[in-house]
Each structure stands twice: as structure tokens, then as C-alpha cells.
Design a binder for this molecule. Structure first.
Ligand code: DX5
Ligand code: ZN
Length: 219
């Protein structure tokens, strides 16, 4: 299965958003990763629907939206209407996760579940067949530019075993602190999608940085 790079727009220049979206369009990147933060589930507020609407207007690739918000069911329809392809909710923010997953799928989107660094992958054993993608947070959610938590490699290995044991087709996404230093090891452990924010957008040549990452993960 082909491996994917998803630049995180959180690290883009919001005063030059169209330029940065078009850079991703014409790069080797596969997806757009969109971080929505509510200042309650995480101690930061990112951006909301008007900004997402304008990103979608220009983006030509899969829209992978990561909700770091409490009670995400309230906004599932809104994100579907805005054109999201994947909608990821946090395990820690859902009392009735199974119901939330069905709600996302009933709106025609792929359903993702994100796990904070402290949350065990084993908690997903009973729902894995209903999950299109698990997003393993390799930093504490809320901010870009943090350092990668090394324990993530073990979590990828354990999660991959659960997916295979259940015969599921769930993708594994890694989010936080991804660079050329950890990309290969993550893919070798079983990751399918690597989100990269600061490493891409704070580099001198983001297009080249994306191409470099893509090369590493395709090897
Ligand atoms: C963190 C967000 C990430 C973030 C990644 O809460 O979910 O998607 O943008 O940024 P970097 O790659 O800079 O860690
Ligand atoms: Zn994210």
C-alpha cells in the first residue's frame, strides 16, 4: 500500500494561505492535514470553518481533518458539508465512540480516531473494524513544533498487530514531531500516513522537504 505525506496547515503562513495551499497542491504531498482546536480539549485555538472553507476552495488533494475539540458530534455535518474526506475525532473526547464513528460515515466521510500519547492502542481492539484510520499522537496535541515522543514506535507495532489480528484495513497515521530522522522507522514499524507541520513549512524549501520525506518513505 502506498505511504502518504500529509503536511499540516497549522504551520503554514496564514497571511499567505493560498500560496501555501498551492505549494502543497503542486508538491509530492498526498493529503492536507487540517488541525481544528477549540481551546477546551487542548490549550490552544487554531482556526475554524471560514478558514477551512477557503483552504478547501483551493486544495486539490484529500482533506484530512483532525478535530481536537470536545463533543465532536455537534460539528460532523458541518465538516462533511465543508468537503472533508477524513474526519478524525479524539478517543478521549468521545463518550460513545462507536456512535460517533457511524455518524461520520453516515455523512460520507472516512472515520478516524486519534489517541493521545498516554492512551493505549488496546482500547481500540473492539472498534478497530469500524475505524478507517487511527491517528497516533506523537506529541501532546495542541501545538506544532514539539519533539517526537519515542514510545510511538512501540505503539505503531502494537496497533499494527491489532489491525492484522482483526483483519481490518485501518490506516495508521502519525502526528507530531515527524522529520527525516524518524520517518523511515515509523514506516518500517507499520505507519501509513505521516503528518508533518513545522518540518515542512519552516524549512527553506518546503516543496523539496516534502519530496525528501516522500523519497524516504517510499524506499
Ligand atoms: C498538534 C497537531 C499536529 C501539528 C503537527 O496538535 O495535531 O498536526 O500540526 O505539527 P509538527 O509537525 O510541527 O509537530
Ligand atoms: Zn493534527
Amino acid at each position: 500500500m502506498s505511504k502518504r505525506i500529509a503536511p499540516s496547515i497549522l504551520a503554514a503562513d496564514f497571511a499567505n494561505l493560498q500560496r501555501d495551499v498551492e505549494m502543497v497542491n503542486s508538491s509530492d504531498a498526498d493529503w492536507f492535514h487540517i488541525d481544528i482546536m477549540d481551546g477546551v480539549f487542548v490549550p490552544n485555538i487554531s482556526f475554524g470553518m471560514p478558514v477551512l472553507r477557503d483552504i478547501v476552495k483551493h486544495a486539490t488533494k484529500t482533506i484530512d481533518t483532525h478535530l481536537m475539540i470536545v463533543d465532536p458530534d455537534r460539528y460532523v455535518k458541518t465538516f462533511a458539508d465543508l468537503g472533508c474526506d477524513y474526519l478524525t475525532v479524539h478517543y478521549e473526547a468521545c463518550t460513545h465512540l462507536h456512535r460517533t464513528l457511524q455518524l461520520i460515515k453516515s455523512h460520507g466521510m472516512k472515520a478516524g480516531v486519534a489517541l493521545n500519547p498516554h492512551t493505549s492502542v488496546h482500547l481500540l481492539t473492539d472498534t478497530i473494524q469500524d475505524i478507517d484510520m487511527v491517528c497516533l499522537m506523537s506529541v501532546n496535541p495542541g501545538f506544532g513544533g514539539q519533539s517526537f515522543i519515542e514510545n510511538t514506535y512501540d505503539k505503531v507495532t502494537q496497533l499494527k498487530k491489532i489491525i492484522e489480528a482483526k483483519g481490518a484495513e485501518t490506516l495508521i497515521e502519525i502526528d507530531g514531531g515527524v522529520t527525516d530522522k524518524n520517518a523511515k522507522q515509523l514506516i518500517d514499524a507499520g505507519a501509513d500516513v505521516l503528518v508533518a507541520g513545522s518540518y515542512v513549512f519552516k524549512s527553506e524549501n518546503p516543496t523539496q522537504t516534502i519530496a525528501g520525506l516522500k523519497k524516504i518513505i517510499e524506499k
